[in-house]
Design a protein. Sequence first.
Length: 96
Amino acid sequence: MTDVLTWTVQQRLELEERAELLRKELAGIESQLPRLEAAEVVFGQWAEATDGGRRSPGIVEPEPERVAAGPGAGGMRWPATGSASMALPRAAPTPR
């Protein structure tokens, strides 16, 4: 009879320890829920605003301008497809 009582007490103690561990794990999970819910809302708003990360057809990125630089340009960039009217500016006369 004592063996049954000892076994019962041991089983109860083991279950109490396991229940405490599960309570701690549950508390950790419950603390993560609000953060995940907030992240879900933010991501949903972003997805709606950007159409799921795709650009909407009305938004067009401009092509970068092609430029050419020659020696002595002093860092100035000139359009590569310039016309005759795109001549280099004349230097202002120096005062004497």
